[in-house]
Ligand binder design. Structure first.
Ligand SMILES: [Cu+2]
Length: 346
């Protein structure tokens, strides 16, 4: 509790309230969405189809050399020692939710202080010594109306942004969102890229020595990260191969159960490139605590390069590949069949 009074904390809270007000009018969300969409179009346009289509094994090898895991930024997308609040948010929905959370903390604090002051006033003013002859008043219509209507209005004021947030969290990803699938296994994660040639990346936790060597937080660092594009909508699907896991990344306000035999999906939009850590959040067995999540968000061009390095295909280039470079077509495939020309899946 001692940190509550710090000036820094106060500034953050005020900034968050301002952010919440902006989000309430939708300006921030709309601007972020526009920026994301234009960025996505721009990136796809700048991608030379002829180059991407000719993603031969040589190019893939060159791309593989080009990718180096990003260094995480201290305190960004990861827990901070001694912190008392939720992690800083890097998605529009996270900022909206965090703004509401901070506004609610203030409302609770103000009401608690108000009630405490009323108690203290009654204790001092109406104790037996100060007020030996108590009033016999048992009803006061005006006060009764006030103490019914005011709390009802406060609750209504909370309900409006709260229900708005609830529905925003269930917003369906747009049609052109990139689909990425997180699959929970006992006890590691697999990331499949159905829109990029359907390859799968297997992600295991690094040992303490390995994490230290790569300058990452132990028990959050992994060998192969879930690489995603930044600034564009992602349709993140979760499922599991054995028992129920939960895919959760606090700094992105993302938590979705991964259930065997079921496909859950939710919109993920990461505003800026970076490394964001999370953990499995459903008790799934002996090594539940040792299946961390590390998301690396990259600008679209770098994401595409990473996809090619993994032997995947790039949207837009895939069509070009089918028409320009039939060499990649599997021999057994029917000419012109959907997906012809895609690289073999992992
Ligand atoms: Cu798990």
């Amino acid at each position: 509790m001692k940190n509550f009074g710090s000036l820094h904390g106060f500034h953050r809270i005020v900034a968050s309230l301002a952010m919440a007000a902006m989000l309430a009018f939708g300006a921030q969300a709309a601007a972020a969405q526009d920026a994301a969409e234009s960025a996505a179009t721009e990136q796809l346009e700048t991608l030379d189809p002829a180059v991407a289509a000719d993603a031969s094994s040589e190019d893939v090898a060159a791309g593989a050399g080009a990718y180096t895991p990003m260094k995480p930024t201290e305190g960004k997308g990861m827990p901070v020692a001694g912190a008392i609040d939720v992690q800083s948010q890097f998605s529009p929905i996270g900022k909206q939710a965090n703004g509401l959370h901070i506004a609610l903390v203030w409302i609770m604090a103000i009401i608690s202080i108000f009630v405490l002051l009323l108690f203290l006033y009654v204790i001092v003013r109406f104790n037996k010594r100060a007020n030996p002859v108590p009033s016999k008043t048992s009803h006061n219509t005006l006060i009764e109306v006030i103490w019914t209507v005011v709390p009802a209005l406060i609750l209504l004021g909370i309900a409006v942004p709260s229900i708005g947030l609830l529905s925003a969290q269930y917003k369906t990803p747009p049609k052109d969102a990139i689909t990425i699938k997180a699959i929970g296994y006992q006890w590691y994660w697999g990331y499949a890229y159905p829109d990029n040639g359907d390859f799968e990346v297997v992600s295991n936790m690094l040992t303490e020595e390995e994490a230290e060597a790569s300058g990452e937080p132990h028990q959050l660092a992994v060998d192969n990260r879930m690489v995603v594009p930044a600034g564009v909508p992602i349709r993140l699907q979760t499922t599991a191969a054995d028992v129920i896991h939960s895919f959760a990344v606090p700094s992105l306000w993302f938590k979705l159960d991964a259930v065997p035999g079921r496909l859950n999906e939710k919109l993920l939009l990461i505003e800026e490139p970076g490394v964001y850590y999370g953990q499995c959040s459903e008790l799934c067995g002996a090594r539940h605590g040792y299946m961390p999540i590390a998301i690396e968000a990259l600008p679209m061009a770098q994401y595409n390069a990473w996809v090619l390095a993994q032997g995947g295909t790039v949207a837009g280039a895939a069509d070009a590949a089918a028409s320009v470079a039939p060499l990649q077509e599997p021999e057994s495939s029917v000419p012109g069949a959907p997906g012809a020309g895609a690289a073999p899946t992992a």
